[in-house]
Design a protein around this ligand. Structure first.
Ligand code: ATP
Ligand code: MG
Length: 653
């Protein structure tokens, strides 16, 4: 087991019981080291698998850790997200802690309840406003800030609240009241309940601590104060804990995460074994070189800890920046390249297209679909936001009452979905209906996966209980996944936000939309926010094993302004691929002309979806002559009330 590790990793793996901390850059084998440490300690009999709790931040990372442990022969270890571990604990102890009262249900959509709370507090918030308020409340709760403390805490943390801080505090308080009345809890409440159970109930604390004796935390740079509080409650002053992280990859500070726990760990626990790794086993030296260049300029408290990565893999292609006329051309070129990669032997699942904001996903979904490249959208609010999935979740909750007691879970789900008109046997043959059918089939796939997990789960000191595989437990699992945006996986090119790509790797990675205004987003204004954007780029670059593509579309379709490359990229060779007619995967949408204002003279023009027309007819120098002549002709026809193509409308005419 020690053979596939370098000397520093080996030190981490074989370190005796007690605090261990690995501080190292991306791709240096931190996750590998902790999975080997768990396997090593359990297989040598030093610790029992059932006494280990490994926590990480996404369900996918937890599942991956379980898979890696199983491959190493270490079974029975609990590898969970903070949320899943807390949910399990709260559920298990609920009968004891709630005096027979029913456990509150998990809130499905925070933004909806926040919207209601805003209305109660007299704050007018549209959908975006409600969503921004919800993230502000999430930040406060994750940072252990109560409603009354919010204005001061927000000012101290240099937050940029969507409304006056006092109003946010009011909405926050109203939200808490509303939830209590409705008998629902959110995910932060669940973590708080887990902490409360331990703090206030010595027997619960004793039982938990008897079970969990060895702790491992991956991606520790993204822990927030509430999660740290839970970790401390679990530990109860003990110190057999291994943490690994990279402060340069802190990308969740907007939700309250802070790398200070990681940075301070060696100082807080002076006996800790502290290990630094610099060999990068993931990426080609070219990619490693770019990653170093991106993060070298970073400022912040973690900078002094940073060591340059040293690439270990054979050389590959030099990354270059490709600049396209617009986003549609960029997406079409990405789709075409994906096709080529797949045709030359790269599995689709080894390719990822990563972007800054989820709204970018749609352009790539369309382009990949048009190029007939299979894709999977990760990050998955898309999956759980789909109408048919929402309806299915409602139907499944309703089905709990009507499902006979002994029905196996998968059958219960299939029956429940039948109420929405879905039939497992009859997949429709085209288009949108098929897509909906596949989404529901993925839901059944989730039920199958859920039912397959080990039937007995360890509890307490050596005991085991039957895992709850009822429809109602599965519904809770779905609500949890919806909240965590953890969609089921399907084979295909991964489309993911940079945030959800953390810890993962692919042979080929496309980093798209690398223009100022998208990365960094226009919302990042303070120096701290901009530093977080830089770290996001670093996370993105370091996901690629072999092949890295960087690009952006120069013209934003709506505003028509040419954009500049992402300011965090070092000087790279630039390349403006010429567009071919076949590059366009989408036909121009002639039904929806777009309003464009000329930057130079201010004339307004509705230019259809042929984005080459996005220039002003009164400033002809930018246009080729042919086009100019056509525009002038259309303009005079419009003025004369004659027919012009439906997608050409001069609004100033
Ligand atoms: P991140 O910061 O992105 O989470 P990480 O430090 O956790 O990265 P891993 O995912 O553990 O890195 O490892 C990166 C890749 O390098 C994996 O494919 C892993 O299998 C491989 N790797 C790690 N250590 C070694 C090693 N000693 N020899 C060969 N390959 C290794
Ligand atoms: Mg990792």
């Amino acid at each position: 087991m020690l053979a596939g590790l370098d000397p520093e990793q080996r030190t981490a793996v074989t370190a005796p019981a007690g605090p261990v901390c690995i501080l190292a850059g991306a791709g240096t084998g931190k996750t590998r080291a902790i999975t080997h440490r768990i396997a090593y300690r359990t297989l040598t009999g030093e610790v029992s698998p059932r006494h280990v709790l490994a926590v990480t931040f996404t369900a996918r990372a937890a599942a991956e850790m379980r898979a890696r442990l199983t491959a190493l022969g270490a079974t029975g270890v609990q590898a969970r997200t903070f949320h899943a571990a807390a949910l399990r604990q709260v559920r298990y102890f609920a009968p004891r802690l709630l005096d027979g009262r029913q456990m509150p249900e998990l809130l499905e959509s925070k933004a909806r309840v926040v919207g209601l709370a805003a209305a109660r507090a007299g704050v007018r918030a549209d959908r975006t406003g409600a969503r921004d308020l919800a993230s502000e409340i999430e930040w406060a709760k994750s940072s252990l800030v109560e409603p009354g403390e919010y204005p001061v805490a927000a000012a101290k943390a240099l937050r940029e609240p969507p409304f006056e801080p006092a109003l946010v505090a009011e909405v926050f308080a109203a939200y808490e009241t509303l939830k209590r009345r409705q008998g629902v809890i959110d995910f932060e409440d669940m973590l708080r309940a887990a902490v409360w159970g331990i703090d206030e109930h010595p027997d619960v604390a004793e039982q938990i601590r008897a079970q969990y004796r060895h702790f491992v935390v991956d991606e520790y740079q993204d822990v927030n104060p509430l999660q740290q509080r839970l970790l401390d409650a679990w530990l109860g002053g003990r110190d057999d804990i291994t943490v690994v992280g990279d402060a340069s990859q802190t990308i969740y500070s907007f939700t309250g995460a802070t790398s200070s726990y990681l940075i301070d760990f060696p100082r807080q626990r002076r006996e800790a074994v502290v290990i630094r790794l610099v060999r990068d086993y993931r990426s080609t030296p070219q990619v490693v070189g770019l990653a170093n260049a991106v993060i070298r300029q970073a400022r912040g408290s973690e900078a002094r800890l940073r060591l340059e990565l040293v690439g270990q893999r054979p050389p590959g292609a030099e990354p270059e920046l490709k600049i396209f006329p617009d986003e549609a051309a960029e997406a079409a070129a990405v789709a075409r390249r994906c096709r080529e990669l797949i045709a030359t032997g790269t599995p689709a699942s080894e390719i990822a297209v990563l972007f800054r904001i989820n709204a970018q996903s749609e352009t790539y979904e369309e382009a990949l679909a048009a190029a007939e490249v299979p894709y999977v959208v990760r990050g998955a609010e898309r999956f759980f936001e789909r109408t048919e999935i929402r309806q299915a979740m409602i139907a499944l909750r309703a089905a709990v009452r009507s499902t006979p007691g002994e029905t196996p879970l998968v059958q219960a789900v299939v029956d429940g979905l039948a109420a929405t008109g879905w039939s497992r046997e009859q997949p429709p043959s085209g288009g949108a209906a098929r897509e909906q059918w596949e989404a529901l089939a993925a839901l059944v796939g989730l039920a199958e996966e859920y039912a397959r997990e080990p039937a007995l789960v360890p509890i307490g000191d050596g005991g085991r209980v039957q895992r709850d595989v009822s429809l109602s437990a599965f519904n809770d699992e779905l609500a949890r996944r919806a909240e965590q945006q953890h969609a089921p996986t399907v084979e295909g090119v991964t489309l993911a936000s940079l945030h959800s790509a953390k810890g993962l790797e692919w042979d080929a990675v496309f980093l798209v939309g690398l223009a100022d205004g998208t990365l960094p987003t226009t919302y990042a204004k303070t120096p701290d926010q901009l530093e977080e954007e830089r770290r996001l780029l670093y996370v993105g670059v370091t996901r690629a094993r072999q092949w890295l593509w960087l690009s952006y579309g120069q013209m934003r379709s709506a505003s028509g302004r040419a954009r500049r490359p992402c300011r965090f990229l070092p000087q790279l060779e630039r390349h403006s691929p010429t567009e071919r007619a076949s590059d366009r995967s989408r036909k121009p949408d002639r039904r929806r002309p777009q309003v464009t204002s000329c930057r130079i003279c201010g004339a307004t023009l509705l230019a259809g979806a042929d984005r080459k027309l996005g220039r002003c007819p009164t400033c002809p120098s930018d246009l080729d002559e042919d086009l100019h002549a056509r525009l002038l002709e259309w303009r005079s026809r419009t003025a004369a009330g004659l027919k012009v193509p439906a997608y050409v409308v001069f609004t100033d005419a």
